[in-house]
Design a protein around this ligand. Sequence first.
Ligand code: UDP
Ligand code: MG
Length: 321
Amino acid sequence: MEQPLLKPRPSSLTIICPMKNEAGNLAAFFTRLVPVLESVADTYEILCINDGSSDDTLPQLLLAREHNPHIRIADLSRNFGKEAALTCGIELARGDVVIPMDADLQHPPEVIPDMVRHWREGFEVVLAKRQSREEEHWARRTTAGWFYRLQNKISEVDIPADVGDFRLMDRKVIEALKRLPERRRFMKGLFAWAGFRQTMVTFVCEPRFAGASNFSGWRLWNFALEGITSFSTVPLRIWTYIGSTIAAFALVYAIFLLLKTLIFGRDVPGYASLITSVLFLGGLQLAGLGVLGEYIGRIYGEVKQRPIYIVRELYDFPDRT
Ligand code: UDP
Ligand code: MG
């Protein structure tokens, strides 16, 4: 069989790594990552975004950079959140191939050669999908399942389930992402929105090497809301249908009451039905207003046009600082 035509290996590869309080993971992370990168690309950079860490992540990064000049560090002025840190990485990345990954070794560097092989075959995006979520808490697993189902039903882009930010992207994809101006950033959605030729590899998500997860239940809930409101207006439009359906029922009921009064005369009771419908409709209207508020909040955030992140200092390659 003829050997399929492969692109040469990437001449430069960028790893984007958002870090918040990852001091305990850094040594192990670099030890596992560096040999892999050396084997797959001519040259590489590890772009570490220090997202307002309160431990000694930054001093440790600076130290690591003394030994390995391929490490670039962007120190953000405070904690802007993982999505903002990733955006910063995408803007600073110089590689032909860019891979965002977590610093806690939940994303095994050993799958990178597989991803690069797919890129050499001509794919522009290689997603890394978690093989299973077995090791996760059942509540997080089930709610994640619901989220993906709802999201994909009502939004304009399909977000593949169990695929996080760990993925390989070609330079073309990065340039496309740099053109997206929104301030409120749901990166998984933006990545999916960009499109391009995609394929998938699977990986086993290991438990966090050291430290604790930054995403609590409440933060995840808000993250899910962010995902839905970023890519769907169904929650806004649905009120037209709910309202019309209730109005139609009300009309039928009014005719029924009118006929009943005409035929059987007046009768006073009705407190229970009255109070339930008043409360029900009141609740529904407030919920509708809440949804409106959610979107107005988003518009407010966008019109302010604030930068997505602020870099305190960029520790670039020695020859470029
Ligand atoms: N992270 C970040 N800023 C934040 C929260 C998290 O840069 O405000 C980074 C964190 O250091 C890690 C990655 O995002 O490299 C994933 O975070 P974490 O492991 O806490 O999330 P989980 O894996 O539990 O979803
Ligand atoms: Mg993690």
